[in-house]
Design a protein around this ligand. Sequence first.
Ligand code: COA
Length: 184
Amino acid sequence: MHQRGLSIRRGHKSDSLLPDASRKDAPELSQVRLRPLEAQDLPALLRLDARCFPPRISYSRAELEFFVRHPRSTTTIAETDGQIAGFCVVDWRLESGRKVGHFITIDVSPELRRKGLGRLLMQAGEADLAAMGAIAITLEVATNNAGALVFYDRLGYQATGRIPGYYADGTDAFVLRKRLNAAG
Ligand SMILES: CC(C)(COP(=O)(O)OP(=O)(O)OC[C@H]1O[C@@H](n2cnc3c(N)ncnc32)[C@H](O)[C@@H]1OP(=O)(O)O)[C@@H](O)C(=O)NCCC(=O)NCCS
């Protein structure tokens, strides 16, 4: 994803143990807590983003701050053992007068991948967007991000386009979309 961007709907969820936290292949998830963004999170999110994306793709402090503080964005933090293990940022825009959600970014700590954390964050972001009335969700993903492409495919996202040179390093992006209802 690239347009990684902005608000915070504080209190949209808190102290919630995740529904499938008892997955037998992921004992660590029993300790996962999803919560909204807090003011002091920014440096940790910035550090995590720098571990998740290459230098020219990861966000600058100004970019990340802009995105998580934007009035139309919602940030969800996943914590394990009191540490930030991942986060996602979503926002929405109007498309022919209807709300379409957008994943700005999703980042999971490298050592905690393939344990279901990414899926949980996606489900949380999707639930927020559905509650806002979004009819569909879109996102961009680098065409060479093979792992993320499988991840999104498993979650029901389908390619609807390609944007040449979308990323700062010249990599193309696929535009993926998931319908939330018949209008999407
Ligand atoms: C993409 C990302 C968010 C996935 O997070 P995650 O916590 O590892 O994902 P999950 O464990 O929930 O994976 C769910 C399923 O997606 C698929 N999947 C996830 N990562 C995969 C990979 N690298 N290769 C192949 N399939 C993958 C698998 O089917 C997986 O289920 P399984 O582990 O039971 O086989 C994480 O790899 C990440 O932060 N990457 C760096 C940042 C990034 O690329 N973000 C997306 C940018 S558009």
